[in-house]
Design a protein around this ligand. Sequence first.
Ligand code: DGJ
Length: 733
Amino acid sequence: MKVKKRLNLLLGALLLSVGATAQQVCVSTPQTSLVLSAPVGGEFKQLYYGTKLTAADLSALDATETAQNAYPVYGLTCPTEVALAVKHGDGNMTLQMEVVGVENRTEGNASLTVVSLKDKIYPFFVDVYYKTYPDADVIETWTEIRHQEKKPVVLNQFSSAYLPIRRGNVWLSHLSGSWANEGYLTQEALTPGMQVIKNKDGVRNSHTDHAEVMFALDGQPQENTGRVIGAALCYSGNYKLRIETHDDEYHHFFAGINEENSAYTLKKDEVFRTPELALTYSDEGLSGSSRNFHRWARLHKLAHGTTPRKILLNSWEGVYFDINQTGMDQMMADIASMGGELFVMDDGWFGDKYPRKNDSSSLGDWVVDKNKLPNGIEGLLADAKKHGIKFGIWVEPEMANTTSELFEQHPDWVLKAPQRDIVLGRGGTQVVLDLANPAVQDFVFGVVDNLMTAYPEIDYIKWDANMSTLNHGSQYLTKDNQSHLYIEFHRGFEKVCQRIRAKYPDLTIQACASGGGRANYGVLPYFDEFWVSDNTDALQRIYMQWGTSYFFPAIAMASHISAAPNHQTFRTVPLKYRIDVAMSGRLGMEIQPKNMTDEEKTLCKNAIAEYKSIRSIVQLGDIYRLVSPYDKQGVASLMYVAPEKDKAVFYWWKTEHFCNQHLPRVKMAGLDPNKQYRVHELNRIDNKPLNFEGKVYSGAYLMANGLEIPYTHNVDYHKLNDYASLVILLNEE
Ligand code: DGJ
């Protein structure tokens, strides 16, 4: 152990000497550098974050001119925003940190740099971590906070990281929304004052704003040009992002757990680890930063990030709570006949004393409703086998209803404030289980473990969470530690996820939370994907998926073909358009196939076959967003390019329809200018092939000119409608 530590210190010293001066620390990724100044006994500063520096530029960096404190603390510069604020055991509210060491070490194929800070007087320590990978342009940074004071220290503010961004015409891109309108993109210039993006839901943190943002450094953001910093807080609980612009030359960006109602009492020697903030930088615009996030996510963050996903049918919009054996069998037969690979039975299958007929009972009672499913899950698995597909199942393990056997047996397992009646959630009876309690953690783990032990053939779990923390009260935590509730809930949740992943590494798990309430990098190490939204309307999905794709790769974005009129917007969108939108994410279906015509089934069957041929490009390729739906040009367009640039898929969706309208001709991006590509339309419904079908164009031509796409489909008169869309596969000749 000692030898290893010594080696690490030596390695650190070696790496440091590669930098310009002994006090300079350069955290590098293949294309970026983060340069810090960390002189032992001195102040910890950030000098630079951006495109990778040469050794000469590195040594020329002038610390005195550009440096900002890299992890500002409260007490001796009171009026400014800080990352960390505490109250020491003796009541002192101040911190004054100095560098006590820098260490570099490896962890698998990742490199870790740790800058250790100590208060000048108090035995109070902060280690600031930076983690990089040789194959991803993302730096993960977080802190570990501990002390050896006699009395506990109260943490009042505890950001994961701080980033100074040179003031200028800097634009912020962020996502907001709520149920059925998740991932709505807003882009605005940073102006003086405080911009705060936060969440206090307690359970689902991406209904409201998202914990991910992008900063365009060169004015109004562009998709494929300009310098962009991206930041994603990897946390599933309450968070707060702050951007302060006051009278100096920087926009001051802080990101971390939301400290509101969450003051944390830190015992001697206890380590408080803040969640990682993932940072990326690209000079290829917003799409460039997205590509960096996607690559990092697939390689290092997301469960099974490099394994293409199965094409599934989910039962929810098809039957809602009306589950029964024959109905499930019919849906399985239908999806199998269309070429699908997996069927997922959603809500409504469980409950014995209290059968789940609607959303007002049974959560917690994870036993099959034998009236609905006399042959049990065995019967469903046998059906799936018969149809040659896999089977998945819905659960909502962190929740209960007051009308449940679980609540009758364990009323002390739910979040509830002392002396108060419980405020109830969905269905008028829903409550949140107290994941701070280890017994509850065992129960929640058991929900998945019991299913998987009894039915190891289950291939997929849809894990839902449909309620906020309405009641601030843990019946497990002591009365002095009630402010730990939100943090302990998410620690408990993460422990359960870790246990599930350790025992069931191959299981596919979807994070759903009233739709897209859990689209965050806190859950994604344990989940394969998330449900983008309960809103499956194809037109609105273009907007939602556009925003969501800023931070999350298509492989993680569940995108389903649903019925018309749509169940959320009541809009009637033609099937071709619904297919073309769903095919830009992780394709699935959310529909009652028995209500589809034979012609519709054939169209879907064909689309599923076509998707199989492009699945790896969509799910593992590089995104280039081309025309934003938010720019209101009447069209939206994006493409995915295979890493070798030998294949690409181009999507074009008309978003408005008028007579004599004039849409922009969309230029492609990301191709190899010197390669020749043959064009082939997928999901064709037109009576005649398009003019460019089968023709070969150079990448240079397609990126300079694009293709002339007709504004309406060439179909029989009775099939004409106000929608048009196109999916093109480009294959290198
Ligand atoms: C909310 C989810 O977002 C839906 O997809 C569905 O699973 C329902 N819950 C079931 O109650």
